[in-house]
Design a protein around this ligand. Structure first.
Ligand code: GLU
Length: 506
């Protein structure tokens, strides 16, 4: 049996950390076992459909490097991979369930359902469910005669099909992470399987499609655990029990206060979505890890460890190492706390580790988006190599690398002024002149000129380093100052020193 796993998102909005982690664990498991990773779009709830969300999901997967083997975009033998395009295939199964007495037609109108809730609500149960007690009092095929049902169906009376939850039974299954889990059927309501518009609900569609797509393992968030008894019964009632996938319900991702929410992002200033997302209905914007300056390697590395560990001290993993080491047995059931500082730590590690050539495209785009033109690729490569360790996020390259390509427009004069004096000013005037006539332009030579002149003028070189840095860079940051001078070249170094002298004068 070859492994087939699926990620089954509903296209209702941006893809948050938890969603990407579900993708990742599916992907790693599939790759580890040489199986297939499938993405199925679960868009049966038309009221929650959001324009652009499907494309966004695929864009995120691409950015993360977690591309599926089969999907709407990638094709495959088990398509269509979008539930709205499979609409016709579901009704048949709902009817089979009715025929075998596992489900029934329910003709209750909205008003009738409302009345039922009103009439049956108590202090402990303010919103009664359509369950084994209530169904006996409702307008459904369990209570109507066969002729009445036939007549209603022939008259195209709006109806749904509901599962008939058994009474007083215990349903059990073994979760790959949580072990034995059991449910009391009396506490589960008669979920709708087929809606009045002919669309299946998630419950029916997920079972039918996992079966038809030959899914062997189904991994999903812990929030789906309460739905498991309905799904287990459907597998059984449809006669597919032997083909039922093994399930694992992944741990919650926790924020500073309980379950991590989209709101936490805005509240605490960190991204919660993979990429920037603007909800087309509300125009609400949510920031993404990509645009914040995270490398995809760091992002998936950090996510992999939110709920899993290799059982060793190792924290930094390449995707290949994750594939090799990943196992569902090492995923823990308890919620995993998201720590933004730790996420940045992972990114910094990857900034140092990633191959420079594969960062160039992004850094160049970033600089150019900030009006910093990059004309020389090999120069860019040198600069990245030199400053990468100083960058936690990709976006830090704007400050840390920008001045190599474009002179600072202003300088942090306040950093220099308190200790600025005539002697220092004269030093830099003279230094500029000596640099002009320097034959070999390299950091050692520049430093020699600098030190000799300092000795001659009787100023400690240490006191001159900061002003020089601010002159070349604009502020108190960047790598070794003579190295900067070497890289930006003679003409540019002299020009920046002269310009800074003017600015300090003013
Ligand atoms: N469509 C469900 C979701 O949006 C999928 C749950 C599952 O994987 O069974 O998360």
């Amino acid at each position: 049996m070859s492994v087939r796993v699926r990620f089954a998102p509903s296209p209702t909005g941006g893809l948050h950390l938890g969603g990407v982690r579900t993708v990742l664990y599916n992907y790693l498991f599939a790759r580890h076992h040489g199986g297939k990773f499938i993405v199925r779009i679960e868009d049966t709830d038309q009221t929650r459909f959001v324009e652009g969300a499907e494309q966004y999901i695929f864009d995120c997967l691409k950015w993360c490097g977690l591309e599926p083997d089969e999907s709407v975009l990638h094709g495959g033998e088990y398509g269509p991979y979008k539930q709205s395009e499979r609409k016709e295939s579901y009704r048949k199964y709902a009817e089979i369930l009715v025929t075998h007495g596992y489900a029934y037609y329910a003709f209750d109108t909205k008003e009738e359902l409302e009345q039922m809730r009103e009439a049956n609500k108590t202090a402990e149960n303010p919103s009664p469910q359509y369950d084994h007690r209530i169904r006996k009092k409702m307008r459904n095929s369990l209570n109507l005669t066969d002729d009445e049902v036939k007549e209603l169906l022939e008259a195209n009376t709006p109806h749904v099909i509901r599962i008939k939850m058994p009474e007083n039974e215990v349903i059990q299954f073994t979760d790959m992470i949580r072990g034995e889990i059991s449910f009391d059927t009396n506490l589960v309501d008669d979920k709708v399987l087929l809606k009045a518009d002919g669309m299946p609900t998630y419950h029916l569609a997920v079972v039918v499609d996992d079966y038809l797509m030959k899914i062997t393992h189904a991994f999903r968030g812990e929030e789906w655990l309460p739905s498991a008894p309905v799904h287990l019964l459907l597998w059984k009632y449809l006669g597919w029990e032997k083909q039922m996938p093994q399930w694992a319900h992944l741990p919650l991702i926790l924020g500073p206060n309980g379950k991590l929410s989209k709101r936490d992002g805005a509240k605490y200033g960190f991204p919660v979505f993979a990429m920037n997302w603007t909800d087309p209905r509300s125009n609400e914007f949510t920031e993404g890890f990509k645009e914040k300056g995270f490398l995809p390697e760091a992002f998936i590395n950090m996510l992999a460890l939110l709920g899993w560990n290799a059982g060793t001290e190792q924290e930094v993993f390449t995707k290949e190492e994750l594939i090799e080491n990943f196992s569902m047995e090492r995923v823990h059931a308890a919620g995993a706390k998201f720590d933004y500082e730790k996420a940045k730590w992972f990114n910094h590690e990857w900034m140092k580790k990633k191959e420079v050539r594969s960062m160039m495209y992004d850094v160049r785009n970033l600089l150019e988006a900030n009006n910093i033109p990059v004309n020389d690729e090999s120069f860019l490569e040198k600069v990245i190599e030199l400053v990468r360790e100083r960058c936690t996020l990709l976006t830090d390259f704007v400050q840390q690398a920008g001045f190599f390509f474009k002179a600072p427009e202003t300088i942090d004069a306040d950093a220099v002024k308190p200790k600025w004096n005539e002697e220092k000013k004269n030093f830099f005037i003279e230094f500029g002149k000596q640099l002009q006539s320097l034959g070999n332009w390299n950091m050692a030579e520049i430093e020699t000129v600098f030190k000799n002149l300092a000795t001659e003028k009787n100023i400690k070189p240490g006191e001159l380093q900061l002003p020089m840095r601010v002159m070349l860079v604009g502020g108190k940051f960047g790598p070794a100052v003579f190295q900067i001078a070497e890289l930006i070249g003679k003409e540019e170094t002299v020009k920046r020193v002269e310009k800074a002298l003017h600015l300090l004068e003013a």
